[in-house]
Design a protein around this ligand. Structure first.
Ligand code: LLP
Length: 408
């Protein structure tokens, strides 16, 4: 779970930087990365942090300094990696819809490889590499048709999902890619979904992908690496969830890889930063109607949309301890949508003016924020060596309006 209020002076941070406010803990980022390093120690994997989980430049810089590579899904994310001092040569480019410009820029930057997701993408990368005089390093993302047993919106490895090349078309696709003069086939990858608490689907995917790698090798296509995609799920709710056993997963992967000389790549996002961040928000109103309590807070679905989009659970703690009685309340934001909630029917001791801590908000939170209802995006702070550093200014309404062309 996220750091507790005893360790970090959240009240003082809320006073100093205002709310809503994201607060991240650099030590927790380092610890999460270290857990992967230790679990996979024997394999020395390249850990490509999934930028989409939290793309703040200071967070990317932190992971770059720990030696991470990156998993990107857009030209914008590539620009972030470069701006943060990350190494394009350790960066893999995933995503089903890479544009021509994005491919050109990634080739120029010298990325480690393109994780190709379709047959037309093979042709597009070949054509752009030919024009620009590059040999593009490529991996094919295989859709192994495995149920990741997670929320359907973040499940990606089933035949019906838009992701990857179907496993039964894979050998043909590899033969085709290998025959293209401006492509160099270097790897194989898959990513079956996110927030996986049961790791057996991941292990099954690894086994299936390796069987395919063996068949490819027999057909004369030698791969340099296998990329197993995103990382493990995290605990949002201590009462109902248990952290998956990363070491057991690493041991299974290690056993499966043992007779093969393939470098391992991993693309964890959530498990590196999810529990390293919280969202601080203040209760604006305590509204009671028809026997129901609503705590209306100053953060909203535009700041953290996981509950609205996936009915996701986030633990919420009251920081102001004034001995209020416990109530059962819906904790909601000011946005004009009934889906703008952080919790329904939650037991909590809080009322107007109190500061609340929304836990596990380090991943897929600020990176998914929007300006809906013309709300400026929240400020972000990183705690490093005991010091709080502002790593993103609170957005300013004047600047938001200025981005639009004059209407007169
Ligand atoms: N690699 C690829 C190709 C991905 O699509 C993803 C996540 C990852 C790696 C990182 O997966 P992780 O280690 O974080 O599980 N917004 C959703 C999660 C979307 C995940 C999308 N892909 C949420 O808030 O739960």
């Amino acid at each position: 779970m996220s750091q507790t209020s005893d360790q970090i002076p959240y009240e003082a941070l809320a006073e100093r930087f205002g709310t809503p406010l994201y607060v991240y803990n650099a030590d927790e980022l380092t610890r999460a990365h270290e857990r992967y390093r230790q679990a996979f120690a024997g394999l020395d994997p390249l850990i490509c942090y999934a930028v989409k989980a939290n793309s703040n430049l200071s967070i990317l810089r932190h992971f770059a300094q720990l030696g991470c590579g990156f998993d990107i899904v857009s030209g914008g994310e590539l620009a972030r990696v470069i701006a943060a001092g990350g190494d394009p040569a350790k960066t893999v480019f995933s995503g089903v819809g890479k544009s021509r410009d994005e491919i050109r820029d990634a080739l120029e930057a010298g990325i480690k490889c393109f994780n190709i997701e379709s047959l037309p993408e093979i042709d597009r990368i070949e054509a752009i590499a030919a024009i620009s005089g590059h040999i593009a390093p490529v991996s094919l993302r295989i859709n192994p048709n495995i149920n990741a047993q997670t929320h359907p919106y973040i499940s990606t490895g089933l035949r019906d999902n838009k992701f990857g090349i179907a496993i039964d078309q894979a050998e043909e696709a590899y033969r085709y890619a290998a025959s293209r003069p401006h492509l160099r086939v270097v790897g194989i990858d898959c990513h079956i979904g996110s927030q996986l608490l049961d790791l057996s689907p991941l292990e099954e995917a690894c086994a299936r992908i390796l069987e395919l790698a063996d068949r490819l090798e027999a057909a004369g296509i030698r791969l340099e690496h296998i990329d197993l995609g995103g990382g493990i799920g995290i605990v949002y709710d201590e009462n109902s969830e248990r952290e998956p056993d990363l070491t057991a997963y690493a041991q299974t992967v290690s056993r499966l890889l043992s007779s093969r000389s393939l470098k391992l790549l991993l693309e964890p996002g959530r498990s590196l930063c999810g529990n390293a961040g919280v969202l601080l928000t203040r209760v604006e109103y305590h509204k009671r109607h028809h026997g129901k309590n609503f705590l209306i807070v100053d953060a909203a679905m535009n700041d953290l949309m996981r509950p609205a989009l996936y009915q996701a659970y986030h633990r919420i703690e009251t920081l102001t301890r004034r001995g209020q009685p416990e109530i059962t309340a819906d904790i909601v934001g000011p946005v004009c949508e009934s889906s703008d909630f952080f919790a329904k029917e939650r037991t909590i001791a809080a009322t107007e003016g109190d500061l609340l801590l929304i836990h596990s908000a380090g991943a897929y939170a600020s990176s998914m924020a929007s300006n809906y209802n013309t709300r400026p995006r929240a400020a972000e702070v990183l705690i490093e060596n005991g010091q709080a550093r502002l790593i993103r200014h609170r957005e300013n309404i004047k600047a938001m309006l200025a981005a639009e062309l004059p209407c007169l």
